[in-house]
Design a protein around this ligand. Structure first.
Ligand code: SAM
Length: 376
């Protein structure tokens, strides 16, 4: 796990220079889209570029609020306005990858956002205000990072791919508002690191705030990220994730008869108040995934707001066991935890039929049942 302040990545300076020229020189030179890196080629499957061209982005691009001056890696004075206005369209993503001689890596879920308006809407959903501490999982080329910084956030960007980590570190070198960590978010000591940063911010500003998580997430780590972050309501107030649309809808809907009712929906609603924000068409990503995306905002609950259960760990162990055979009666599936007669008695005591099955109980009913059966 490598933690680097801006510009402190371990990659060679040649790579860093290549990157800085592709992102920063276009505005400084005043020549519009001039870029020294070879232009996009069909090697990257850009057949659809015409239907998703620069004009669309130019028309929809909203001016971003700017915060302060900085220097780029070449020591040339520029401002975050220039960083903020650098384009995050498909051409930039491809050029950035080419600067590292890289292709998008499927196993890392590398589908880059090439519609800047989506990033703006994601940041709006997170209600970022100046001075917010934001953990961004998987910054990739830094497109969402840019929008977060422009909204005034201090970003800790955790990126597993060393090439992308060095790329994003170089892109924001000198801004003083982005720390890049090269590592796996699922292994990163999030509690210690965020606590440290929040204490530091408190000492500097005297203002007590919680951090936020914002990410265009690699789809394959969705469940693990949700399970990891949601119980941290003492550190984070909000998490906004761009997910696979189906997963986004499933996470938010915790109604027993929804067909997609699973332990993860119960966990989400136990630890947070989720809200589905908007759908993101698949053509907004490069490369285009097989599914659309969807954005969910989770407002994390404080411990005092969790449904009251004696032991959270045992409560979720019970739920997981119950859902191992979702269509079987609880008195049978929970036999290894409670005797069938205790399960029946507890169900009856909270007004449920003794033949109840897990897919029939709401979160509140699970809580009542658990409290009853553990107090018998
Ligand atoms: C869907 S892409 C999003 C990139 C960028 N944020 C954007 O919107 O264009 C996901 C990013 O997460 C990174 N990633 C994948 N697994 C990760 C993990 N376990 N921890 C941190 N980053 C990860 C990938 O390398 C990739 O850059």
């Amino acid at each position: 796990m490598q933690h680097s302040g801006i510009g402190c990545c371990s990659t060679s300076s040649l790579q860093l220079r290549d990157f800085s020229s592709s992102w920063c020189s276009q505005k400084l030179s005043g020549r519009g889209n001039c870029c020294p890196v070879p232009s996009c080629s069909d090697r990257y499957g850009l057949g659809f570029l015409g239907s998703f061209g620069s004009q669309e982005l130019r028309e929809t691009q909203r001016p971003l609020r700017l915060r302060r001056d900085c220097r780029n890696s070449a020591g040339v004075r520029c401002s975050l306005s220039e960083t903020a206005q650098s384009r995050d369209d498909i051409g930039s993503v491809v050029r950035a990858l080419q600067s590292r001689e890289r292709f998008p890596k499927k196993w890392l879920g590398q589908h880059y956002m090439v519609n800047e308006m989506v990033n703006v809407k994601v940041v709006e959903a997170a209600r970022i205000s100046p001075g917010d501490l934001v953990v961004e999982i998987g910054p990739g080329t830094g497109a969402l990072t840019k929008t977060l910084v422009a909204a005034g956030a201090h970003v800790i960007a955790v990126e597993k791919d060393p090439d992308m980590a060095s790329l994003v570190a170089e892109r924001f070198s000198g801004s003083g508002t982005v720390d890049v960590v090269n590592g796996d978010f699922l292994k990163w000591p999030v509690r210690n690191e965020v606590k440290k940063q929040l204490q530091k911010a408190f000492l500097e500003s005297g203002e007590q705030r919680l951090a936020k998580v914002v990410s265009n997430l690699p789809f394959n780590i969705t469940t693990n990220v949700v399970k990891r972050v949601l119980p941290m309501g003492d550190l984070f107030s909000t998490m906004v994730l761009l997910l696979q649309d189906e997963a986004a809808l499933r996470l938010v809907d915790a109604s027993p008869d929804s067909g997609e009712y699973r332990p993860i929906s119960l966990l989400v609603n136990f630890y947070s108040v989720p809200e589905y924000k908007f759908k993101v068409p698949r053509k907004s990503f490069y490369p285009v995934p097989r599914v659309d995306g969807g954005v969910v905002r989770f407002d994390l609950k404080k411990e005092s707001e969790y449904p009251p259960v004696a032991c959270t760990k045992n409560f979720f162990a019970m739920i997981n066991s119950a859902f191992n055979s979702k269509r079987k009666m609880l008195r049978n599936t929970l036999q290894h935890m409670f005797t069938p007669s205790s399960t029946q008695a507890a169900l009856l005591s909270v007004g449920l039929p003794e033949t109840a099955r897990p897919e029939e109980l709401t979160l509140e009913q699970f809580v009542e049942f658990y409290n009853a059966v553990t107090n018998l």
